[in-house]
Design a protein around this ligand. Structure first.
Ligand SMILES: *[C@@H]1O[C@H](CO)[C@@H](O)[C@H](O)[C@H]1NC(C)=O
Ligand SMILES: *[C@@H]1O[C@H](CO)[C@@H](O)[C@H](O)[C@H]1NC(C)=O
Ligand SMILES: *[C@@H]1O[C@H](CO)[C@@H](O)[C@H](O)[C@H]1NC(C)=O
Ligand SMILES: *[C@@H]1O[C@H](CO)[C@@H](O)[C@H](O)[C@H]1NC(C)=O
Length: 363
């Protein structure tokens, strides 16, 4: 699958890669605590915000406003097995991030996480002025009192999608996008996955050809395409990001719940009507294969990128999706209700930014 980059490296650099990926793994854990292993516990202090207090929330995420009646799904806190996440303190975050810019880059799952973060921050300082601007693919939420900017750049593949004479081409080895839109940030949080499996039949595949290894093809194995595209992104980070000024995260694979067999539910079950998370720490259906590709690509990078390894904790939340309450037709078991699961992703992001090595530099 994909390319055989590693094979061409000599033994020494191979050992170095192992060492670096080991360092990256330990870096994403803080004081011996793996934030991504644990279970969901009920907590009446949740949710972290009431969406009616977050005036800019997008309709698609506001499940209660869209008629969802059950509320238990709002009452869960993510509890790592060997520690407790620090409680999110929005005001402290803003004070420590003074003068800094944060950018989420990716598909609508990034939008989901960015919206969660801006709501968490806004409810912490409801009296502070904010501005919200959208220009092209970029949305900017800024708090002038703190000189902090939280931005979202819509970009579903990260690599380039180009309209050429033959049609729209997804270029797995080209990432010009990054040159003019990902520079000058203190924190970058990337995500891409869901669009790689979209099809013509599903009417949501935006390209007609793929350019892979210099060749134009009509289609190819989608996991292999994802790996090649992600590798191109990883090279962009390796050659363009200065780790002394910019902390880079990869958001990890956000799972869907369209297949009840995976959680030992009825064959026909989807997230629709689900009101509780799964108990315990593991998902019967296991991890989606894209997770291994993300870990492999991140593990062979020379610059340190922190993986927000949110797949397993999100798999346990079959109750967390909008389902019929996205304000649109259809059954959405892909995005997440807000308040909800992305708030926990952001609690972990906050925990990593406020502890460990990065903290002294960033916050
Ligand atoms: C806000 O922060 C930027 C750095 O991101 C800095 O250049 C600018 O001077 C700051 N503005 C104010 C008003 O402090
Ligand atoms: C960004 O927006 C422009 C139009 O404003 C569009 O042509 C371009 O493809 C978009 N880029 C991405 C990565 O979505
Ligand atoms: C973007 O940067 C890469 C090198 O990192 C370069 O090869 C490419 O030509 C640049 N593209 C643009 C549009 O500047
Ligand atoms: C989960 O655990 C709770 C309390 O331990 C129990 O009441 C509930 O029935 C369990 N649910 C499932 C699906 O096993």
């Amino acid at each position: 699958m994909g390319n055989g980059v590693l094979i061409s490296f000599c033994h020494v650099s191979f050992s170095l890669i192992i060492l670096i990926s080991w360092l990256q793994q330990t870096e994403s854990q803080s004081d011996g605590c793996d934030f991504f292993q644990g279970s969901w516990v009920q907590d009446d202090a949740y949710p972290l915000y009431d969406t009616s207090k977050c005036p800019f929330i997008l309709k698609g995420f506001d499940c209660q406003a869209n008629g969802r009646l059950d509320k238990l799904y709002l009452k869960y806190r993510w509890k790592p097995a060997s520690c407790t996440l620090p409680r999110f303190n929005g005001e402290e975050f803003l004070r420590r991030m003074k003068g800094k810019k944060v950018l989420f880059v990716g598909d609508s799952i990034s939008l989901n996480m960015w919206q969660s973060f801006t709501c968490m921050v806004h409810v912490a300082v409801p009296q502070s002025q904010y501005t919200l601007n959208s220009q092209g693919n970029l949305s900017t939420f800024a708090l002038p009192d703190f000189n902090v900017s939280l931005e979202y750049s819509h970009n579903v593949f990260l690599v380039d999608l180009v309209k050429e004479d033959i049609g729209v081409v997804l270029k797995l080895d080209s990432i010009d996008n990054g040159n003019y839109s990902w520079k000058g940030y203190d924190v970058l949080i990337f995500n891409t996955w869901h669009w790689w499996v979209h099809t013509v039949e599903g009417k949501n595949q935006p390209w007609e050809y793929i350019e892979s290894g210099g060749k134009i093809v009509k289609d190819m194995d989608r996991l292999a395409a994802f790996k090649e595209g992600l590798t191109t992104w990883s090279r962009w980070v390796d050659s363009n990001v200065d780790p002394h000024t910019t902390q880079v995260f990869f958001q990890g694979i956000s799972p869907t719940h369209y297949d009840g067999k995976q959680w030992n539910g009825p064959m026909t079950a989807t997230c629709q009507g689900e009101t509780k998370p799964l108990n315990g720490t593991t998902y019967p259906g296991g991890l989606p294969p894209a997770v291994d590709i993300v870990k492999e690509v991140l593990g062979s990078m020379s610059k340190s990128v922190t993986l927000l390894d949110i797949t397993m904790l999100s798999l346990l939340r079959k109750d967390g999706h909008p389902s019929l309450y996205s304000g649109k037709e259809g059954n959405d078991c892909s995005h997440w209700c807000l308040a909800g699961v992305p708030d926990s992703w952001n609690e972990i992001l906050y925990a990593i930014l406020s502890t460990g090595d990065q903290a002294s530099r960033l916050m």
